[in-house]
Design a protein around this ligand. Sequence first.
Ligand SMILES: C[S@@+](CC[C@H](N)C(=O)[O-])C[C@H]1O[C@@H](n2cnc3c(N)ncnc32)[C@H](O)[C@@H]1O
Length: 248
Amino acid sequence: MQTAQTTVDPSEVAKFEAMAAEWWDPKGKFKPLHLMNPCRLDYITRQIAGQYGRDLTQPEPFKGLRLLDIGCGGGLLSEPMARLGATVIGADAAPRNIPVAQIHAEQSGLQIDYRNITAEELAAAGEQFDVVLNMEVVEHVADPQAYITACHDLLKPGALMICSTINRNPKSFAVAIVGAEYVMRWLPKGTHEWHKFITPDELYGLITTAGLTPVDRKGFVFNPISWQWSISDRDLSVNYVTASTRPA
Ligand SMILES: C[S@@+](CC[C@H](N)C(=O)[O-])C[C@H]1O[C@@H](n2cnc3c(N)ncnc32)[C@H](O)[C@@H]1O
């Protein structure tokens, strides 16, 4: 299935263009993603290791896997995936993110192929991957179904997509918008639009309509006392993640 329709929402991409210089500042505008990284990397690495039978205690356990980090931003997830041995392509619709990500990878001694390109353009070019990381992007696109369908096309048969986003309910409005943008001021006001948040059932609907098989979903839960994120089987009320596969 090929998709030609653009998934880019220019006003969303402009927000990330304006913040591009801050990607690697752990106290800057992307502080929430930096704080969340250990927890989401734990989830991502276990899912990939499980799907491909890799031993995470071995050096470079993801060697031989071709991984796309779609909406890669500054490369907060691309870099650890490259360290684990994956061949990483980081793609983002915001042009300014690309040199920021490239310079940081160079400084870190990592080889990552960063490109200013969208999911649908990569799919139209016939690119395919063993893993597509699709983290915190679907709530920023113009057409979530076209976007997830493009992600389906980017997976080899039997390959894995991991997709995280934010639930839509009164609690997520209070926590992800009022709390993060107005009270904690972690993110600039207007970074998120509540009506673009997606419930887990809606995301499963998008995934299955695209032809993927959902295999797992978990919550990412922030503890304001320990200031740490953890993975929850039950609490998907704000941040959550799904794993799905393309049928072989
Ligand atoms: C919240 S950031 C997430 C960055 C990264 N995935 C992470 O979790 O660390 C969302 C990113 O998606 C990018 N983006 C938005 N719409 C996109 C689209 N249609 N195609 C590709 N990237 C897009 C933005 O430019 C931004 O860098």
